[in-house]
Design a protein around this ligand. Structure first.
Ligand SMILES: Cc1ncc(COP(=O)(O)O)c(C=O)c1O
Length: 382
């Protein structure tokens, strides 16, 4: 179908029709504020973005200070080894430098891991971030799924997973806390899976993009007990720096060396390296973030649950998955499009494997913004 790009006013029917005609935005991720702004003619600052799960407090103040102060660092190539940032991460986690590798967002590793390890068969615990599958398919990996179920609160059936792992997968993917459900699987439970993957020789990639909210449950230190474990981390969400693109791997030295050998040089910018290293030092920001997100998440969850026919799921992260009962006449895509008219973006979860069109996800944002979301939702479906 031809896509006509034209500017439409925020109010009136044009925007709604435009979105409906195009069966909506192509981008299957959250956070596409500039795309919506461009395509729909809405100023970016009139949009409240609940679709990307970025720290509502913004980034630590040192990020901006460093970018301004160190602007001239862009005159040189970045440090190819990200030495200072890796030293900072090593101190922050209490993990040796040799067990850490920094990349251009964790997405860089999502794409490198299949290229480096060349898995023939992969298992993804679903619903999950769509890029895992896309990256695996690029190298011809056969992808299978292990679904977690809504009726069980998306909890992981450990015993069933352990028996499924007997089917001989080269690699398995698991996100903890899970995205989009938000559910945390405890470190102890994950260690049971780690024991099984070690027995059967499967690599396990644990994506901990949202674990900073519950750092004590990270399996980062298990990389020393389980050489099959690779932990993927991101500074995007918790530290509020999606635009700087900082992610990293924590793994055994041989896995790290193997990825490093194949990784292109200079993928991590000088300003990204410097600002991220400074961000890690701000203990107050880290404490404040956890406190704010925990309080606001509870507020938002309760408020959403009070809207008739909406049901939320338990979350350990800075977002909440919401189910819409069949009595609501809109599906999740239609709801998203209605909210866009109000300048609000939510994540329609229809593109997540196994979820269908009755689920949406919202980030936990500032209190005032959360109240706006609740009011708008009440206006549309309440
Ligand atoms: C579960 C999960 N993992 C990884 C990523 C990639 O994050 P980044 O490349 O910004 O580190 C995302 C981004 O949305 C995500 O949701």
């Amino acid at each position: 179908m031809d896509h006509h790009v034209y500017i439409v006013p925020l109010d009136g029917h044009y925007l709604y029709n435009y979105l409906m005609d195009n069966k909506t935005m192509k981008n299957e991720h959250g956070g596409n504020v500039s795309e919506i702004s461009r395509r729909c003619g809405i100023d970016e600052d009139r949009i409240i973005d609940f679709s990307a799960n970025i720290n509502p407090l913004g980034y630590p103040p040192a990020v901006q200070e460093t970018i301004v102060k160190e602007a001239d660092s862009v005159l040189n190539y970045p440090d190819i080894d990200s030495f200072d940032l890796i030293s900072g991460l090593s101190e922050y986690h209490g993990i040796d430098r040799d067990n850490i590798l920094v990349g251009n967002g964790s997405t860089e590793f999502i794409y490198w891991i299949p290229m480096v390890f060349k898995p023939r068969k992969a298992l993804i615990i679903t619903p999950a971030f769509s890029e895992y599958e896309k990256a695996l398919k690029m190298v011809g990996t056969e992808v299978s799924y292990f679904p977690t179920e809504a009726r069980k609160g998306f909890s992981l059936a450990i015993a069933d997973l352990c028996s499924r792992l007997r089917d001989g997968f080269d690699i398995a993917y698991f996100c903890n806390p899970a995205n989009p459900s938000g559910l945390l699987t405890s470190k102890d439970e994950l260690c049971r899976i780690l024991a099984r993957v070690s027995d059967v020789g499967t690599l396990l990639l644990v994506d901990e993009a949202f674990i900073d909210f519950v750092e004590g449950e990270s399996v980062k230190k298990e990389v020393f007990r389980f050489p099959n474990l690779m932990v993927m981390r991101s500074m995007t969400k918790f530290f509020g720096i999606p635009g700087l693109r900082i992610g990293y791997m924590i793994a055994g030295t041989s896995c790290i060396a193997k990825i490093k050998e194949n990784k292109p040089p200079w993928t991590v910018s000088s300003l990204g390296q410097r600002a991220a290293a400074k961000a890690l030092l701000d203990g107050d920001y880290i404490k404040d973030t956890i406190k704010y997100v925990t309080t606001e998440r509870e507020f938002l969850r309760n408020a959403l649950d009070e809207i008739p026919d909406l049901k939320t799921y338990e979350s350990a992260a800075n977002f909440i998955l919401v189910h819409m009962a069949d009595r609501i006449c809109l599906n999740s895509t239609e709801l998203r499009d209605r909210l866009v008219q109000e300048g609000i973006l939510i994540r329609d979860c229809g593109t997540f494997h196994g979820l269908g069109t009755r689920y949406f996800r919202v980030a936990v944002k500032k209190h005032k913004e959360n109240i706006v979301l609740i009011k708008k939702l009440r206006g549309i479906i309440g």
